[in-house]
Design a protein. Structure first.
Length: 93
C-alpha cells in the first residue's frame, strides 16, 4: 500500500460518538466511546460492527436508534461527528 492509499483510507474514515445505555453499557463495559468507521456506514452496519466486538445479548430488532437526539431509521447513514444512541426497550410499571 502506498502513502497515497493510506491517506485516502484515512480521509474515508469518520468518527462517531456512540452512547450506550442499560444492558448495552454493561456488555460494552462503557457508557460511550468514539469509533472510527468508513464513510457511508449505515446504522445497521455500525451496530453489526459493535456487536462483533462486544457480543451484545440484544438483537438489533429489539432496539431503537437515535442520531443527534432524534430517532432514526436503521437504514440511515451517519455523518462524521454524529452521536448515536442505541436504546433498549424500557419496561414501565
Amino acid at each position: 500500500m502506498s502513502a497515497i492509499d493510506t491517506k485516502a483510507d484515512i480521509e474515508s474514515m469518520m468518527d462517531i460518538n456512540v452512547i450506550y445505555f442499560a444492558s448495552l453499557a454493561d456488555e460494552a463495559n462503557r457508557q460511550q466511546e468514539t469509533v472510527k468507521v468508513q464513510q457511508n456506514t449505515s446504522l445497521t452496519e455500525l451496530y453489526e460492527q459493535l456487536n462483533q466486538k462486544y457480543h451484545f445479548s440484544r438483537p438489533q430488532a429489539d432496539l431503537r436508534v437515535a442520531v443527534n437526539d432524534y430517532f432514526a431509521k436503521w437504514t440511515d447513514h451517519i455523518n462524521d461527528g454524529d452521536s448515536v444512541v442505541f436504546i433498549t426497550p424500557v419496561a414501565g410499571g
